[in-house]
Design a protein around this ligand. Structure first.
Ligand code: ATP
Ligand code: MG
Length: 155
């Protein structure tokens, strides 16, 4: 289906605002892609964005307020989305594995965060099914940034 990624992401952000405010968190949206039109399964792509934002909330630093920044922009023929947090971050050795099914980082358990370790495996599968890519930039103790690149509809 033809989807305006900026609209879809705004919708997910709206459903998240209350949840984030509960943690004194803040979401900043910078949806500056001038051509946001992609051809995706709307339900699955919504779930992808939801999963990444859900992780940002789950893996926040307990001592800091959550800052979540969602950005869209265009590169030639592409739509790019980044979802960045100031959370606990991910170590290099874990980065290789976090897209694996059932993989969860052992964080020494500051907080009891529940999950199956399936969210990112699903995210990766859906992005690949749409001929896109996903990559992560992360630094332990600083935060993580997930970057999705998808082909534009008219390309
Ligand atoms: P599920 O999504 O199935 O409820 P989950 O959140 O543990 O469970 P994934 O979403 O696949 O599973 O994430 C895998 C692991 O990657 C997490 O357990 C966590 O250790 C790490 N992780 C994912 N996103 C972040 C993030 N934004 N910041 C820090 N660590 C993260
Ligand atoms: Mg998850």
């Amino acid at each position: 289906k033809e989807v305006d990624a900026n609209d879809l992401i705004s919708g997910v952000i709206n459903t998240f605002t209350l949840k984030v405010e509960k943690y004194n968190g803040k979401i900043t949206a910078d949806l500056k892609a001038e051509d946001p039109n992609i051809f995706v399964d709307e339900m699955h792509f919504t779930n992808v964005i939801f999963n990444l934002m859900d992780n940002a909330v789950k893996y926040k630093k307990p001592e800091d307020d959550l800052l979540l920044t969602v950005t869209t922009w265009n590169e030639p023929g592409k739509l790019c989305v980044s979802i960045a947090d100031n959370g606990i971050g991910i170590r290099k050795e874990d980065l290789k594995k976090i897209f694996d099914k059932f993989y969860r980082v052992h964080t020494g358990n500051l907080h009891d965060v529940k999950g199956f370790g399936l969210g990112l495996a699903y995210v990766k599968k859906i992005i690949q099914d749409h001929k896109g890519t996903i990559r992560i930039e992360s630094e332990p103790g600083v935060g993580s940034k997930f970057i999705i690149v998808l082909p534009l509809l008219n390309n």
